[in-house]
Design a binder for this molecule. Structure first.
Ligand SMILES: [Zn+2]
Length: 135
């Protein structure tokens, strides 16, 4: 058998593969994976959530696609489309981290309680609220 639907004429799925194609498709995979991660997190919690994994995958996807756009596609439209979108991804990761650090661990049950909570949402123990990390 000299051809099949996956591999024929030296191409996999009709795509001619080289290093930058792998980088570009890895970027596409990261962008696709982030939607699956976000969807899964939302279904699990039964409310709309954007986990930090979504922003990490967004960041990886945008940098991989930007590399592909600069070094292989060399297309100004494609380069511009990915040139700045990583900035809010990094900002969201920083905010995510600060929000997580602002949680208070309950001295009673050990649950992590949201910022500015006065009482544990789980056991009702009064929380000793720690000082904010920055003014
Ligand atoms: Zn508690």
């Amino acid at each position: 058998m000299d051809s099949n639907i996956f591999w024929h004429d030296g191409k996999f799925f009709g795509i001619e593969w080289h290093f930058w194609k792998v980088i570009g498709w890895a970027g596409n995979a990261a962008f696709t994976a982030r939607f699956l991660v976000q969807w899964h997190a939302t279904e699990k919690k039964k409310q709309v959530v954007v986990p930090s994994a979504f922003w990490w995958l967004s960041l990886a996807g945008s940098w991989l696609l930007l590399s592909y756009a600069i070094f292989s596609a060399k297309n100004s439209v494609f380069i511009f489309a990915n040139a700045f979108n990583w900035i809010p991804y990094i900002r969201n990761l920083i905010i995510h981290r600060r929000h997580k650090q602002a949680h208070t661990d309950c001295p009673g049950c050990g649950k992590s309680c949201p910022p500015q909570s006065n009482y544990c949402f789980s056991c009702g123990v009064k929380l000793v609220v720690k000082e904010p990390a920055r003014a």
